[in-house]
Design a protein. Structure first.
Length: 200
């Protein structure tokens, strides 16, 4: 990642956080906001607990057929719910798979509708939920990269947080770092370079 890309990525942090808050307040009906769809995702919690067990121990025969079909058609396993639904094709390579694929797509739609407790436009809810999940993943990635940088160059990580995430001006950043401007500019270039290396 080039220096300008690193600056743009870090500078977008607060805007993404604000968008996450705005999306989280979006109402899907029944007094439920999108943020609760993620916070109360009991299915994912259950899946995490069951992940270590073979699926035949907790899935019915029909559910095992659906699982096998999903594995056969999915080349990757996306995180966002809308992306998951879109990753499942409408038509399979074999006619007998078509019904199973349609059932998978329908099940995802039913889960979202059940969580929302309403008949709001499912596509709109999924779009917003997917955007929220993507933004949360981007914020987490930036936090993880800064934490890694902090592990071996704490002054660089602090500079990037102060300058680009907290949007402090140069004099205030220098004051917080207890350095002169010349040192600040030298550190900033090196910090962006290190962040870029970690990002690539």
């Amino acid at each position: 990642m080039k220096e300008q890309q690193a600056i743009e990525q870090l500078s977008s942090y607060r805007q993404k956080q604000a968008r996450i808050q705005a999306l989280g307040m979006y109402s899907v009906g029944g007094g439920i906001q999108i943020s609760r769809l993620i916070e109360e995702d009991h299915l994912q919690q259950l899946h995490r607990r069951l992940r270590g067990l073979p699926s035949y121990m907790y899935l019915s025969k029909r559910e095992q057929e659906l699982e096998a079909t999903a594995h056969a058609y999915l080349t990757f396993y996306p995180a966002g719910i809308r992306t998951q639904r879109n990753a499942i094709p409408d038509i399979g390579a074999y006619e007998e798979d078509d019904e199973l694929l349609q059932e998978l797509r329908a099940k995802i739609a039913k889960v979202i509708d059940a969580r929302a407790g309403s008949k709001y436009d499912l596509d709109e809810v999924l779009d917003r939920l997917s955007e929220l999940q993507d933004l949360q993943a981007e914020i987490k990635r930036m936090d993880d990269l800064l934490s890694l940088l902090e592990g071996y160059k704490p002054e660089y990580a602090k500079l990037l947080r102060l300058k680009y995430i907290q949007d402090m001006d140069v004099p205030e950043t220098c004051k917080r770092l207890a350095v002169v401007e010349k040192t600040y500019y030298r550190w900033r270039k090196r910090a962006l370079d290190e962040f870029s290396k970690l990002s690539s």
